[in-house]
Design a protein around this ligand. Structure first.
Ligand code: TGC
Ligand code: FAD
Length: 395
């Protein structure tokens, strides 16, 4: 941890390698991301020039083994997510999408030829990935997707049509993992399948979405598919049904559950520093009891979020982490981070809304994090279903 007091002493629970990974990610964030992030956020641009450095740090495909990936254990991976999101949720998003939503499905559902073709270049940051699930009329309920794929002869190519929206990195992606309701030749039962759609395929467009007031240092766009011919070799053979995309989301949500703690740490540390320096009524505002109560709440909530992430990380390491536990982690830590950012913002008074103090940027970002990868409400219902056995999604 930093020089800022944290009474939890989580370092005690980490291996030497995990501590070193954490420190290296912290140093990288401070040295390379912190100096440029506010400017990118204001301009609404993503620091593409840092992609080779993310690769050199092992952030791309970090938890995967082989194919040039770092093979980090789940706790070490989580600690890197903390440090990326401590800087900006958009930076963590880039690495989450590349690692968990684009590389992971190729790794887990792809064949060996697909893995060899895509993963090493993606780990090096030379090939950028995206994940297309959400559509204009299909967000929380991805099973209602309209994007479809048809095969017109046995063993032949597929033809994809449809529209995906809110897709991180789609305008710069070289390979897009697109989920579509698929009719194989001779079948009359559509099944959700994943396709590797490549930049340059005729009929593919990826227009950028402008006007975001949140996650501004992240590129978001659509995927428009107009009769795009995709070879059978680009179909992910290893999965069918909604569990395909939901399995990827479980990987990405795990990383977000850690990353959100980083955003909370950033706003707590900034609020502490500011309130120690700012004087009103003749004394530092950190000396007022109400301010200390806020600092203590921020600090203690971070500790609980970190312990939850750590515990689930060790379960994941043992192959025992369930999707419902990942919902618990994503839901509670993102809520905690968002509430922390609101509290910290108030502690800076007027300065709290200024870019140079960074808290408002985290607050705006966390509104997106609260919504993507399953909204707060959807995760509440997923946990509710686990507790009661009753699914409340349909009313
Ligand atoms: P349901 O009947 O519950 O499940 C269908 C099948 O999927 C399996 N499953 C899961 N598998 C892995 N992980 C999970 N979390 C899973 N949840 C369910 C389930 O076992 C079943 O398998 P099988 O073998 O029986 O067929 O499906 P449902 O239609 O009732 O939906 C459940 C619900 C609402 C929880 C699900 O649809 C959901 O999670 N909705 C939210 C959609 C969402 O999260 N979209 C995110 C889009 S991607 C994104 O936001 C990226 S942001 C990128 C960035 O970081 O920048
Ligand atoms: P809706 O599903 O329409 O939900 C609107 C509101 O209704 C929410 O509050 C929701 O909780 C509530 N609601 C819906 N159903 C229920 C219910 N059954 N019970 C109670 N409340 C309910 N998607 C991708 O596929 N790939 C990406 O890379 C990606 N990146 C994104 C980047 C950004 C910046 C953003 C903002 C979104 C991104 N998304 C991506 C999409 C994201 O996953 C969706 O926005 C999210 O799943 C919610 O879908 P929706 O926006 O259609 O909202």
């Amino acid at each position: 941890m930093s020089g800022v007091p944290y009474l939890l002493s989580i370092d005690h629970l980490l291996s030497d390698e995990e501590r070193l990974t954490w420190q290296a990610a912290r140093d990288f964030g401070t040295r390379r991301i912190a100096p440029v992030i506010e400017q990118h956020y204001e301009r609404g641009t993503f620091p593409r020039e840092l992609i080779p450095e993310f690769a050199a740090m092992g952030f791309l495909g970090a938890p995967l083994h082989g194919y040039g990936c770092a093979g980090m254990n789940p706790v070490a991976y989580g600690l890197t997510m903390i440090e990326l999101e401590r800087q900006d949720s958009g930076i963590r998003s880039f690495c989450s999408v590349q690692s968990a939503l684009a590389m992971w499905p190729i790794f887990a559902y792809g064949d060996e030829a697909q893995r060899e073709r895509w993963l090493p270049g993606m780990a090096r940051g030379e090939i950028i990935g995206a994940f297309g699930l959400t559509e204009p009329n299909s967000g929380s309920d991805p099973g209602s997707m309209r994007t479809h794929a048809r095969q017109h002869e046995a063993g032949g190519d597929y033809v994809l049509s449809g529209q995906k929206m809110w897709i991180t990195n789609s305008p710069i992606a070289d390979v897009l993992v697109v989920w579509a309701k698929t009719l194989d030749f001779g079948s009359d039962t559509p099944v959700i399948r994943g396709f590797l759609v490549e930049r340059g395929m005729a009929g593919l467009q990826t227009p950028e979405t402008h006007g975001k007031l949140s996650l501004r240092a992240s590129i978001t766009g659509e995927i428009v598919l107009d009769e795009v011919r995709v070879p059978k070799a680009n179909l992910l053979p290893g999965v069918q049904g909604l569990k395909g995309p939901l399995g990827c989301l479980t990987q990405a949500r795990y990383g977000i559950g850690w990353g959100a703690v980083g955003a909370a740490m950033s706003v707590y540390e900034r609020a502490r520093e500011y309130t120690l320096q700012r004087t009103q009524f003749g004394r530092p505002i950190a000396g007022f009891q109400l301010t200390q109560q806020k600092l203590v709440e921020l600090h203690n909530e971070i500790g609980k979020g970190l312990l939850l992430a750590y515990h689930f990380g060790r379960l994941k390491q043992d192959g025992k982490l369930s999707p419902e536990q990942v919902s618990y982690l994503k839901r509670d830590n993102v809520r905690m981070a968002l509430e922390s950012a609101r509290t910290a913002r108030s502690m800076l008074g007027g300065n709290g809304i200024m870019g140079e103090f960074h808290i408002m940027r985290h607050l705006c970002n966390l509104e997106t994090v609260y919504t993507y990868e399953g909204t707060h409400e959807i995760h509440t219902l997923a946990i509710g279903r686990a507790l009661t056995g009753l699914a409340a999604f349909n009313g």
